[in-house]
Design a protein around this ligand. Structure first.
Ligand code: MTE
Ligand code: MO
Length: 195
C-alpha cells in the first residue's frame, strides 16, 4: 500500500483535467536534437519592432534573472509538479524592445525550424521566462539547453526548447504544432489540446 499523500486535495487541485502526474521528465521534440553552442548563440527580435535586436549569450544573461517553481503540463497527458527553473523573465526582454502599434501576438522561433505562437499577454505572464537552468543545474541539451522558453500556464509545447528568436506580429498565426492541429492558445485548465 502506498502512504496517503499529506495534502491529497491540495495536490488534486493542481492537476488539470485529463492529466497524470509523473516524477520523470520525458523528452519530446520533433526532429533531431540541435547542438547550440553558447559562443555562437544569438537571439533575434524582429517583425513589428521599431528596431530589430540581436543578443549574444552574454547580453541575454546580463538581463535581470528570476527563479521559478512551477508545475508543467504536457498535452500528451503528463504533468510534473514543482519544477525549478532559473532564467530571464520575458518581461525583462520586452523592456528592451519597442513594439510597433497593433502587436497582439508573438511567434517564438527555435532550432531546428520550430515555432510556436503566443498572445502577448501569455508571453508576458509573470511566470513566463527564458530558462537556462533547471533544478539548480545548467539546462540539459535534451530539455532545450542552453536556453528554452518556459510558459507554465500553457501546455508544454508552447515552451520552445533551443530558442533562437522572437517575432512580433499583429495577427495570430499558427506555429509548428498549431499548424498540425494543436490549439492556438493551449490552456490546460480548459483542455485546449487540439482544434
Ligand atoms: N525547439 C523545439 N521546442 C519544443 C519542441 C520541439 O519539437 N522543438 N517540442 C515541444 C513539445 S511538444 C514539448 S511537450 C516540450 C517537451 O519538453 P521536454 O523535452 O523538456 O519535456 O518541448 C516543446 N518545445
Ligand atoms: Mo508535446
Amino acid at each position: 500500500m502506498t502512504a496517503p499523500h499529506a495534502h491529497p486535495r491540495a495536490q488534486a487541485e493542481r492537476i488539470p483535467p485529463g492529466q497524470t502526474v509523473t516524477k520523470l521528465f520525458p523528452v519530446l521534440h520533433a526532429g533531431s536534437m540541435p547542438e547550440v553552442p553558447r559562443e555562437t548563440w544569438r537571439f533575434r527580435v524582429f517583425g513589428q519592432v521599431a528596431a530589430p535586436l540581436e543578443l549574444t549569450w552574454e547580453e541575454m544573461l546580463a538581463l535581470p534573472r528570476q527563479t521559478l517553481k512551477t508545475d508543467i503540463h504536457c498535452v500528451t497527458g503528463w504533468s510534473k509538479l514543482d519544477t525549478e527553473w532559473e532564467g530571464i523573465p520575458t518581461r525583462a526582454l520586452w523592456e528592451r524592445i519597442h513594439p510597433l502599434d497593433g502587436v497582439t501576438h508573438v511567434m517564438v522561433h527555435a532550432h531546428p525550424d520550430f515555432t510556436t505562437n503566443l498572445a502577448v499577454e501569455d508571453f508576458l505572464a509573470p511566470t513566463s521566462l527564458f530558462a537556462h537552468r533547471f533544478g539548480g543545474q545548467p539546462l540539459e541539451p535534451v530539455h532545450g539547453g542552453p536556453m528554452r522558453l518556459v510558459v507554465p500556464h500553457r501546455y508544454f509545447w508552447k515552451s520552445a526548447k533551443w530558442v533562437s528568436g522572437l517575432e512580433l506580429i499583429t495577427a495570430d498565426r499558427p506555429g509548428f504544432w498549431e499548424d498540425r492541429g494543436y490549439h492556438m492558445r493551449g490552456d490546460p485548465w480548459r483542455e485546449e489540446r487540439y482544434w
